[in-house]
Design a protein around this ligand. Structure first.
Ligand code: ZN
Length: 97
């Protein structure tokens, strides 16, 4: 007797065009005012929070940002989104916090 395995359709994520990556990962890529940051994103899974590691464009210095559940942890400093928004919101808009 021949057993036929049920074929399951697995939706494949569309392949990202390697010529247009979402974030830079190369060292010493010049941009206006310095080097482009290198950014590595990991998804959250189970108890592990999603994170973003932002590395300097010219050396090994980095900042790790864990995010999710309404809070943000930046290099080990945890705070609510609203607290971080008070600091980074104005800075990113070019104003003093
Ligand atoms: Zn550096």
């Amino acid at each position: 007797m021949i057993m036929h395995m049920a074929k399951r359709r697995i939706a494949k994520a569309p392949a990202r065009d390697p010529s247009t990556p979402r974030f830079n990962r190369k060292l010493a890529v010049p941009c206006e005012g310095g080097f482009r940051l290198r950014v590595y994103v990991t998804k959250g899974r189970g108890k592990r929070m999603a994170s973003i590691r932002v590395k300097c464009g010219c050396c090994s210095q980095s900042v790790v940002i864990y995010h999710g559940h309404g809070s943000l942890e930046v290099n080990g400093v945890e705070g609510s989104l609203e607290e971080w928004r008070k600091i980074f919101g104005p800075l990113l808009a070019g104003r003093e916090p």
